[in-house]
Write a protein that binds this ligand. Structure first.
Ligand SMILES: [Zn+2]
Length: 320
């Protein structure tokens, strides 16, 4: 008797070992000390950071001078405080009180033996700590990029709490980094314990032959399970049962957390892809999914290893 399948590993962007150390964010003396001995992760406008070529670690920089107003504290790891700063002019726009004396803006953006990588491409390859730092840096920067003005009165806001909040100088409103929950669900046909076929679909904007499991944003006032059932009904026109939680990971593109589930549906039910949203949907056998992981299958390309979808499909494929 086989058991229900699980994720084969912690999702790659959920491996963080970084101590977020929330109380220190409002303690100026401790922040100054963490800056003086800390390291800086540079982030460009495309969400890329320098990585040592072929290595699993980020190419962080030593700090210099006084703590810049634009610096955001990611947390501590092995006794070192890690910070993020924008690396280029593009991101400096809208950053309150940029410290023009800070030498990293233009001067130290590239060093020999480094490559600038984005999180999607490199996240699965990084060490646990590096993946955690990079994920949090991208999430914080993405939030600030869209949160420059007060939602209450429209005034420009200022960053406080080492980048973990904004404060409106006009009306006093405080805001904290937002995260949008999204569900992602692997639907199988319920044959045996783990099904014989998995439901895979593709969006029109994806590269040719790329298929994945279904996903969608949680609506206001909706439960996660309600969202799973609604999204699958909307996207392919079938009903699901036996909704079960698998795991989650942050997905800061720009500000989601992906919450993974599995569910069961009738493998004989007619699939009706939603116009404009789903280009094609199909039931795929375990043998074919295994083949697509092992070799190049021209008509079935699976998601990349940084995604939770990869872990979900991998776990299902490995089950009996
Ligand atoms: Zn305001």
């Amino acid at each position: 008797m086989s058991s229900p399948f699980q994720l084969p590993a912690v999702p790659r962007l959920s491996r963080s070992t970084v101590d977020r150390n929330e109380p220190v964010r409002t303690d100026p003396a401790r922040l100054a000390k963490l800056w003086a001995t800390g390291r800086v992760l540079l982030l460009d406008a495309k969400g890329r950071t320098p990585v040592r070529a072929g290595a699993t670690e980020l190419a962080t920089r030593p700090t210099a001078g006084d703590l810049p107003a634009a610096a955001m504290l990611l947390g501590e790891a092995d006794g070192i405080g890690y910070w993020v700063l924008p690396s280029d002019e593009e991101l400096r726009e809208g950053v309150p009180s940029p410290d023009s004396a800070w030498g990293l803006w233009t001067g130290a953006a590239s060093e020999a033996g480094e490559e600038w990588h984005d999180l999607r491409t490199t996240g699965a390859l990084l060490s646990d700590t590096a993946a955690g730092l990079f994920t949090t840096a991208v999430a914080l920067a993405s939030w600030h990029a869209k949160a420059g003005f007060c939602a209450n009165c429209g005034s420009a806001v200022e960053r406080v709490n080492a980048g973990w909040a904004t404060h409106c100088p006009n009306c006093g409103r405080e805001e904290y980094p937002r995260t949008d929950p999204a569900v992602i669900c692997l639907v199988h046909d319920g044959v045996g314990v783990n099904g014989s076929h998995v439901l895979l679909a593709r969006q029109p904007i994806w590269p040719p032959h790329r298929y994945s499991v279904l996903a969608g944003f949680v609506e206001a006032g909706e439960s996660l399970e309600g969202c799973v059932a609604r999204e699958i009904e909307e996207e392919v026109g079938i009903a699901v049962t036996d909704i079960r939680y698998l795991g989650s990971q942050p997905w800061p593109f720009p500000r989601s957390v992906m919450i993974g589930f599995t569910a069961v549906a009738d493998g004989q039910a007619t699939l009706t892809p939603a116009d404009g949203e789903i280009e094609a949907a199909q039931w795929v056998s375990r043998a074919k999914v295994r083949e697509a992981f092992a070799t190049d299958v021209p008509d079935l390309k699976l998601p990349g290893p940084t995604s939770i979808a990869y872990q979900m499909i991998k776990g299902w494929a490995a089950a009996d």
